[in-house]
Write a protein that binds this ligand. Structure first.
Ligand code: SF4
Length: 328
């Protein structure tokens, strides 16, 4: 039995891969087919057979005070990103109904900015109440850094999930953003969990992280133990400091998916941003290796995956994508 098979068998029996082992697998000479096959076996055995879709709405865009180097919405960079204030509860409902009609089971309200003030919390609560009444969707939101009190008010209004990405390895984050910290994100996620919410937490690959930092990112997520891990691939935006990074090669995307899967064997990995920059063949391989959920487009400032395309690819790989299961 080689090292790939040995680690796969251990994970399938409930054991774990170590940081050093993950780094060794990632550092093996390419091609990495054995790594992808190991991740596929774990995905097939331990993750749900149903490919899960969610939808999101960009409910307040741009003019963000934060200086995240990848983001089109930061006021620190000249990106020409569309800016608009809170869109209102009715506009959130319209987007939610569209996502539900396309096959989403969950729906997230997303606002730009470091956090929400009192008025912002009230506005999102009003939208959650309306969506709870008029849709069957599980309700999620991504609203930046939140206090425990605000999280509890949002939950009372209908929030079931909270999204907050740690984005990358904690040791690399300060190189990419200096206006807030990973610790503040962890505290928000902890408060959400204590309030009884499910949490969605992942990040972006292809931002210049090293192999060590990719493995560190996977283990940082394991420690948080989210209910869903969104995996974005950097879509380089002109005007942002990370524009020069370019688009990650398909093999590096597959490497990241495989490592995230082996370190987090039971957690859905969700295709998020960057899906449109890859071919259907690469997307299909990502699903084979470990992606087990998607987002019905559009995303925030970039186009998302096409529901029909991704549904078709997931079905080819063997997932149940039947729409009659979509309301849980
Ligand atoms: S990622 Fe969020 S916090 Fe950072 S600049 Fe963009 S909108 Fe602001």
């Amino acid at each position: 039995m080689n090292i790939f098979q040995e680690i796969t068998e251990r994970i399938l029996k409930g054991g774990e891969i170590t940081y050093d082992e993950a780094l060794a697998l990632l550092s093996a000479e390419p091609p990495h087919e054995e790594l992808y096959e190991a991740a596929h076996r774990v995905t097939e055995a331990l993750t749900p057979k149903r490919f899960d879709f969610c939808g999101i709405v960009n409910a307040r865009s741009g003019l963000c005070s934060e200086n995240c180097k990848w983001c089109a919405q930061s006021a620190h960079w000249r990106t020409g990103c569309e800016t608009f204030p809170w869109i209102g509860a009715e506009a959130c409902l319209k987007a939610a109904l569209e996502a539900e009609a396309k096959g989403a089971t969950r729906f997230g309200i997303v606002t730009s900015g470091r956090s929400l003030d009192e008025l912002g919390v009230e506005e999102v609560c009003e939208a959650l109440t309306l969506l709870r009444e008029k849709t069957h969707l599980h309700l999620c939101a991504s609203l930046g850094i939140l206090s425990k009190e605000h999280i509890e008010r949002l939950k009372e209004a209908g929030l079931e999930w909270l999204h907050c990405n740690i984005e990358t390895a904690p040791s690399y984050f300060p190189d990419l953003c200096t206006t807030h910290t990973v610790e503040e994100k962890r505290e928000t996620l902890k408060a959400a969990r204590e309030a009884g919410l499910s949490i969605c937490c992942g990040g972006i690959i292809g931002m210049g992280e090293t192999k060590e930092q990719l493995v560190e990112f996977a283990f940082a997520l394991k420690e948080i133990s989210p209910n869903s891990i969104p995996v974005n691939v950097l879509h380089p935006i002109p005007g942002t400091p990370l524009y020069e990074k370019g688009i990650l090669e398909p093999e590096r995307v597959l490497d990241a998916v495989a490592i995230l899967r082996l370190v987090n064997p039971r957690t859905p990995l969700r295709f998020a941003g960057g899906r449109r920059d890859m071919s259907d063949e690469t997307a299909k391989r990502c699903i084979y290796v470990g992606m087990s959920a998607g987002i019905v487009g559009p995303l925030l400032t970039t186009p998302g995956g096409d529901y029909d395309d991704d549904r078709h690819l997931a079905a080819l790989v063997g997932y149940d994508v039947s729409p009659d299961l979509r309301k849980d």
